[in-house]
Design a protein around this ligand. Sequence first.
Ligand SMILES: Cc1cc2nc3c(=O)[nH]c(=O)nc-3n(C[C@H](O)[C@H](O)[C@H](O)COP(=O)(O)OP(=O)(O)OC[C@H]3O[C@@H](n4cnc5c(N)ncnc54)[C@H](O)[C@@H]3O)c2cc1C
Length: 356
Amino acid sequence: MKVDCLIVGSGLAGLCFAETLYQHGRSFALISDDSQQASEVAGGLYNPLILNRFTLAFKAAEQLDLAIPFYQTIEARLGQTLDFKQEVLRIMHDAGEQNRWFESRDRSGYSRFMDEAFVDSPHPNVEAPHKLARVLETGRLDTAAFRKTYIAWLKSAGLYTQERFEHAQLKLSEVTATYQQFEADQVIFAEGFGLKQNPYFNYLPLQGSKGELLTIYAPELDLQQVLKSTVFIIPLGDHRYRVGATYDNHRLDNLPTEEARAYLLERLRKFLKVDFEVEAHVAGVRPSVSDRKPLVGRHPQHAQLAVLNGFGSRGVMIAPFAADALYQNLFEGAELDTELDIKRFDGRSKRPQGRN
Ligand SMILES: Cc1cc2nc3c(=O)[nH]c(=O)nc-3n(C[C@H](O)[C@H](O)[C@H](O)COP(=O)(O)OP(=O)(O)OC[C@H]3O[C@@H](n4cnc5c(N)ncnc54)[C@H](O)[C@@H]3O)c2cc1C
């Protein structure tokens, strides 16, 4: 089967690249296993502001302007609501934080995303004596539903293979790549933290950060907004809430731990004064990079291989933007933004270990 692109990975990166190809009328197929779980378990929040520093995330406005219509197009085509508009309220801890909020809001480009007035606690059992600040243009993408719906659509079109991609079986000619029955002009590796096992791209400084999340059932709590204190509480409907997340740079596996559960519950109980029970506990590894920027671009020796990775804790906003940048680079000859381009690691880290 001859395709323009063979994509490896069915997380936000792989699926957003598939959609980008689809929208441009390019042919593709996708191979993925379930070895990585980040997109399956993610909280799914999109929020332009970094909530402990009150600074805008990398290219926040550009990313949002692209991501929202991108997901809307998918929703319309697949007939499923995936993007839930939800306010994010940051619980203020003291007057100093309130001042810092206004200082940040005065910066150019910030008032679009930072509301002017503080609000009172949205619920009598949520403690917020210093009020809450509202971030604008926020929401939640149901990433598990996105994967389920999109993969079902790919399967129905015969474009999806559920299995591990074995890098040793990839054969490279001068300009194309062959893998099993596929002959592709480009192979796009969108493997999340699985990149560590990729002999072509494992020279890149992907670090990984394990995150854990709980789902709680709190019958007395009726919240519409996402609250952020030292942890997030994200309403899912029917009195269910997602609580997270943790960050662990050492134990990089998908196994929930008692330690993380205790950490999340302790922090949650500091501001949430209602009874609840824990219904679920999940874990995954965020593909994070030392400089907190995505990893995008062609392999330095093998032009038919490219990478789309490094979305860290912000995959929902970055994925459509980075997918578009990679598409423009591969098919339209556009230069990649130097902050995305993996060329920034040429010569600075271990030499590439690609096969010949
Ligand atoms: C607990 C937690 C909470 C998070 N919350 C948020 C949030 O609220 N908002 C947000 O924007 N981001 C959040 N993130 C981050 C977000 O999940 C990631 O940025 C994003 O999912 C990364 O997507 P990805 O496609 O690069 O990687 P992944 O989702 O890891 O997908 C990689 C895919 O490639 C497959 N794969 C890997 N190797 C192979 C191979 N050899 N053969 C076949 N398939 C392979 C994997 O099985 C997987 O399907 C969170 C992450 C975690 C862990």
